[in-house]
Design a binder for this molecule. Structure first.
Ligand code: SAH
Ligand code: SF4
Ligand code: F3S
Length: 443
């Protein structure tokens, strides 16, 4: 970018993997001399890192692209890029619908962002790069190298892509097959982060439990956890997401035995009847899931279990929906992300003729949320009076003078204390339960 200040702004939609990809793009841009812009007006490169998992975030992207037309008109040399899952599957369409976009860069190529931005700035535009040669090794830092920002709690992708092909899901189509990072790469990145102040890492994958299967002499995921357990300066290890089909006895043992591995598992159930699970191609039954929950709870006392639930999958009857609700009542999840099914291109379920009308999907979603909110609140209420270890991660967004911390079970606690405690481990008593977490008191 010869004549313009090299300032960038990245807008991120979607999951934690997308957020991690944005962090990686930022680190790579920083390395090439770019700086984060304070405001969008100051930026000469805007990247929209997009999500395709449901219809709504895609509409949002087109509306933001519309808003950015003015920004682009007032500085024609600046570069507008679209990356992420939507870029991967709708690249040509984005360029046709929003001709002011300069770069469309897919989920396998996003680590070339700096080079492409410079080419586009020199006038080579538009650029469409949605090639699918998978390179999972992109890393924000190599051994010993400084990172611009080492957050207290960092997210580290360990496996990219997904080979599961759940019948409703676009992710395998936009992210490609599973590709694990070599364990040495993961360790090197975590070590650099820890050296610069990170104390908690969350290992990321669409299914982290598939880790290592595609490596010639790869460790399994529980073995990767064991390797990281020994790293001094690292206090807590989390991981997400886990496919229920792939939870092994060794994983349960690792959570129970390894002291840094936190007592929380995100275990998306999606639906609660065997027929729906089968049609979704999930590879487990309701009974298998219940058995997993029992094993986890008996081996890891106080483990928190969170989940993803989808309602309104094609053909879902009212009775099946009710049966699923009953299963969720039995399991009593600590929390759940809940979604109404949204038909996605390339997926098997989208072609089915027994789609549930939108109104009915949203109505079921409302009922599910109401039930789950009650369960979440009751689960939290049962913990009032207990003491919990918190990693203090900052000041509360609301509430004068309050600090915010997370329990090992990944619940938020707000409490009153001096800001010098940020970045430390403290013990708090839980005094009041809410849907979002707890109010507490230092002990
Ligand atoms: N890899 C993760 C899921 C990533 S997508 C896993 O398998 O657990 C996050 C969640 O979005 C999914 O768990 C599912 O509940 C939801 N989701 C995926 N496809 C969807 C669709 N077509 N419509 C609605 N929700 C969907
Ligand atoms: Fe999608 Fe299923 Fe893969 Fe999760 S495991 S990303 S829901 S295909
Ligand atoms: Fe969305 Fe892609 Fe993540 S579709 S949920 S950003 S993997």
């Amino acid at each position: 970018m010869p004549d313009l200040p090299m300032k960038y702004s990245i807008i991120t939609y979607g999951c934690q993997m997308n957020k991690a990809d944005s962090d990686l793009m930022a680190a790579l841009l920083d390395r090439r001399g770019w700086q984060p812009a304070e405001t969008r007006d100051e930026a000469n490169l805007v990247v929209l890192n997009t999500c395709s998992v449901r219809e709504r975030p895609e509409h949002k992207v087109y509306s933001v692209l519309g808003e950015l037309r003015r920004w682009k008109l007032s500085r024609p040399e600046a570069v507008l890029a679209v990356s992420g899952c939507m870029a991967q599957h709708a690249g040509e369409h984005i360029l046709a619908r929003a001709p002011h976009v300069d770069i469309v860069i897919g989920t396998h190529q996003f680590h070339h962002i700096a080079e492409l931005a410079e080419r586009a700035a020199r006038g080579e535009r538009p650029i469409l790069d949605v090639a699918t040669d998978q390179d999972p090794s992109g890393s924000r830092c190599r051994e010993g190298e400084a990172v611009a920002t080492a957050p207290l709690r960092a997210f580290v992708p360990v496996i990219r892509g997904c080979s599961s092909f759940c019948s409703y899901c676009i992710v395998p189509h936009v992210r490609g097959p599973e590709a694990s990072r070599p364990p040495e790469d993961v360790e090197a990145e975590v070590r650099s982060l820890v050296r610069q102040g990170t104390r908690e890492v969350t290992l990321l994958g669409q299914n982290v439990l598939a880790y290592g299967r595609d490596l010639a002499k790869g460790p399994t995921f529980d073995q990767l956890l064991a390797r990281l357990e020994n790293m001094s300066g690292l206090w807590r290890i989390r991981f997400t997401t886990c496919h229920p089909r792939d939870v092994t006895e060794d994983l349960v043992e690792a959570i129970a035995r390894l002291s840094k591995v936190c007592e929380h598992i995100h275990l998306p159930i999606q639906a609660g009847t065997d027929r729906l699970l089968e049609e979704m191609n999930r590879g487990y039954t309701a009974e298998h899931y219940l058995d997993l929950v029992d094993r986890l709870r008996s081996r890891v006392p106080n483990i928190a279990i969170s989940t993803d639930i989808m309602v309104g999958f094609p053909g879902e009857t009212e009775q099946e929906f009710e049966e699923s609700l009953q299963l969720y009542e039995r399991i009593r999840f600590d929390s759940a992300f809940t979604f109404a099914y949204s038909p996605r291109p390339h997926t098997a379920a989208a072609d089915r003729t027994d789609q549930i009308p939108r109104k009915a999907r949203l109505e079921r979603l409302g009922r599910l949320i109401e039930r789950q909110n009650r369960i979440t609140l009751e689960a939290n209420q049962r913990q009032v009076g207990e003491e919990a270890e918190l990693l203090v991660d900052g000041t509360a967004h609301h509430g004068e003078g309050l600090l915010s911390g997370r329990t090992r079970t990944n619940k938020q606690v707000l409490f009153s204390a001096d800001a010098h405690l940020i970045g430390t481990l403290v013990t708090a008593r839980l005094t009041q339960a809410h849907l979002w977490g707890f109010m507490g008191e230092l002990v």
